[in-house]
Design a protein around this ligand. Structure first.
Ligand code: SF4
Length: 219
């Protein structure tokens, strides 16, 4: 799989314009951003995140806010009701162990232990844990598999069609244990762009896809 992933990066780099700089948040901000972002476009999730932290500049204020207020603040994202409830549960879980909401300690743990800690919080699964570790200023090597990335990995044949995010995460990280945080971010961003362009859920344009030569096209 290592060679396949290198090939994918190479091919997609050639076809997409250079990726713009990646904005990094501190770990708790990235955790919150990730919790409200699933299945929501960046153009919606980023303004929603900034609105939320503008309304609640202290994490404790956010944690103690009525869930209906949080839901109203993030109304633009998908599943706002569930995400608002989850967000409060997660913040309470963080506050129990780290009342200052400082998650920089995750940078001193192994990636595997940091995942365990994050996924031990209510409302946090593998994707949110990985994005907190990889996208934030922690800059840890952990591959973020969202719905676009998972779909491409399945169709290309890198993981089984039935693989869920957990299984796909273990397969990819097992295949490329030495990839740096930056390499994993680039892989994520390129594959996600593919999933948003030629390899969308209901609009699949294999004829134009730069990976068509080696893809098994399991659709
Ligand atoms: S060849 Fe088709 S199925 Fe395979 S990754 Fe490209 S668009 Fe998706």
């Amino acid at each position: 799989m290592d060679a396949d992933l290198l090939y994918i990066v190479e091919r997609l780099r050639q076809r997409f314009p250079p990726l713009p700089p990646f904005p990094r948040l501190d770990p708790i901000s990235q955790l919150v951003k990730s919790l409200i972002s699933s299945r929501t476009k960046d153009e919606v999730s980023w303004p929603t995140f900034w609105k939320l932290v503008g309304l609640y500049p202290q994490w404790r204020q956010m944690m103690e806010a009525p869930v209906s207020d949080i839901e109203r603040a993030i109304a633009q994202v998908t599943f706002a009701e569930d995400k608002a409830a989850n967000l409060l549960l997660t913040l309470r879980g963080v506050a129990k162990e780290h009342p200052d909401f400082d998650l920089t300690f995750l940078g001193d743990m192994t990636v595997s232990d940091a995942h365990k800690w994050l996924q031990g919080l209510d409302g946090v699964a593998v994707k949110v844990a990985a994005s907190t570790l990889n996208f934030s200023t922690l800059n840890r090597p952990s591959f973020v598999i969202d719905s676009h990335v998972l779909r491409v990995l399945q169709r290309y044949g890198l993981v089984s069609h039935a693989a869920d995010s957990d299984k796909a995460y273990r397969a990819v990280m097992g295949a490329i244990p030495d990839w740096s945080a930056e390499q994993l971010i680039e892989l994520h961003r390129l594959v996600k762009k593919l999933g948003q362009s030629w390899c969308q859920k209901w609009d699949v344009r294999c004829d134009e896809c730069p990976l068509a030569e080696r893809c098994v096209r399991r659709i």
